[in-house]
Structure formats: structure tokens, C-alpha cells
Write a protein that binds this ligand. Structure first.
Ligand code: ADP
Ligand code: 5GP
Length: 201
């Protein structure tokens, strides 16, 4: 029998490279999927509904909160972001690993609820490089960049609440470290109880 998939919570300040690392990781790891979140923020050029996010109104988002439709949700830079619960549970039950690329408040909600998750923080090599990356991406206005840099200050202070830190100095090395974490987690005794019962019988 297949073990339940691993719930991987990935956080890090906007612009640190979470999206870039995930994209490369997913290409090489077909046993893992990325959860698609709902958000009230507007789509960036090229972003697609149902692929990058479920873009939704505040009203609809709040209805889904009332129906307990989210595994976690948070307000970040004046928009709601949340993880639809059903898709995540279905994939984990199928034995697929699921990555939640979410900010710190949401990650801490998952930690408080004691889900069997692994918490990974992607850190920039420095704040200066973080600013260069977020500016270089060219997807936010200067005002939004300032808000995100401010949010980054708070987020970096929470790194110790995570199990692992990956410094994204180089994408290829960062992806390798991420793969090593997934691999090690899959060998935890607590994730292999079915086999342990079998072998002891
Ligand atoms: P996030 O998803 O964390 O907001 P992105 O993946 O969009 O961040 O990356 C932000 C910008 O930084 C992008 O332009 C990306 O190409 C660039 N970037 C990501 N990782 C690195 C790296 N290791 N070295 C240099 N640039 C990077
Ligand atoms: P962005 O607007 O840059 O796509 O995302 C802003 C922040 O929201 C990022 O830190 C991203 O990881 C986070 N985020 C995306 N989806 C979710 C979610 O479902 N829940 C929470 N809590 N944060 C999310």
C-alpha cells in the first residue's frame, strides 16, 4: 500500500524565488504537486485562473471561509490568500506529495493544527538581493514592492519556526536541497507505519 503523501509547506518573502524553485522541482518530481490557492488579488500578466490561482472576489472568498473550505487562509498586503482544503486532502490520500507555497501566517495555522507537515523556508542570500530580485521581476509597482519588503522583515524573523531553511543563492543547488529534504522526510518511521506493521507481523 502507498504511504500518504507528504504535506510540504514552503514559505519565504515575496521575490525570494519560491516560484522559480517549485517550477524546477516539479519538473523532476512527478510524485509531487503544487496546491492552487485562491486569492482576491488581481492576476499578473500571464497568470491563469485555475493554474496560478483561483482569482476570486472578497465576497466569494468570505463565503468559502464560512463554509470551512480552507485548510488555512490569511490576509497579506491587503488581499486574501487561502488553500482550498479538498484538493489537498484528495492528493495526499492518493499518495502524492503536496506543496503549499504560502506566507508565514498561513504556515503557522497549519503548524498549530498539528498536521503532519514539513515546514521549509526559502531565504534570500541577503535583504539587498531580495530587493533586487523583486524589482528585477518587474511585476509590482514601487508602492507594492515597499509593502512586500516591509512584510519580508516580519517573515524573516519567523524562520526558526520552520524545520528547514534553504538559502536560494543558486536555483539548481536550492532545488537539490529541496529534493534532499523531501527524500529524507519520506524515510521517517512515522511515514512508514504500514510497512513497519507488515514486517513485524
Ligand atoms: P517568489 O515566488 O518567491 O515571489 P520568484 O520565483 O518569482 O519569487 O523569483 C523572483 C525573481 O528572482 C524572478 O525574477 C526570478 O527569476 C529571480 N530568481 C529566483 N531565484 C534566483 C536565484 N537563485 N538567482 C537569481 N535570480 C533568481
Ligand atoms: P503573490 O501575490 O506574490 O502571488 O503571493 C503573495 C504571498 O502570498 C506569497 O508569500 C505567497 O506564498 C502567499 N500565498 C499564496 N497562496 C497562499 C495561500 O493559499 N495561503 C497563504 N497563507 N499564503 C499564500
Amino acid at each position: 500500500m502507498k504511504n500518504r503523501g507528504i504535506l510540504i509547506v514552503l514559505s519565504g518573502p515575496a521575490g525570494t524565488g519560491k516560484g522559480t524553485i517549485c517550477k524546477e522541482f516539479l519538473k523532476k518530481n512527478p510524485d509531487t504537486v503544487l496546491s492552487v490557492s485562491a486569492t482576491t488579488r488581481s492576476p499578473r500578466p500571464g497568470e491563469q485562473h485555475g493554474m496560478d490561482y483561483y482569482f476570486t472576489t472578497r465576497d466569494d472568498f468570505e463565503k468559502m471561509i464560512a463554509q470551512n473550505g480552507f485548510l488555512e487562509y490569511a490576509e497579506f498586503c491587503e488581499n486574501y490568500y487561502g488553500t482550498p482544503i479538498k484538493a489537498v486532502n484528495d492528493k495526499l490520500d492518493e499518495g502524492m506529495n503536496v506543496i503549499l507555497e504560502i506566507e508565514v501566517q498561513g504556515a503557522m495555522q497549519i503548524k498549530e493544527k498539528k498536521h503532519d507537515a514539513v515546514f521549509v523556508f526559502i531565504a534570500p542570500p541577503s535583504k539587498k538581493i531580495l530587493r533586487e530580485r523583486i524589482e528585477g521581476r518587474g511585476t509590482e509597482t514601487p508602492a507594492v514592492i515597499e509593502k512586500r519588503m516591509l512584510a519580508a522583515e516580519t517573515e524573516l524573523k519567523q524562520i526558526s519556526n520552520y524545520d528547514y531553511i534553504i538559502v536560494n543563492d543558486d536555483v539548481e543547488s536550492a532545488v537539490k536541497r529541496f529534493e534532499a529534504i523531501k527524500e529524507a522526510e519520506s524515510y521517517k518511521t512515522t511515514r512508514n507505519e504500514e510497512f513497519i506493521r507488515e514486517v513485524c507481523r
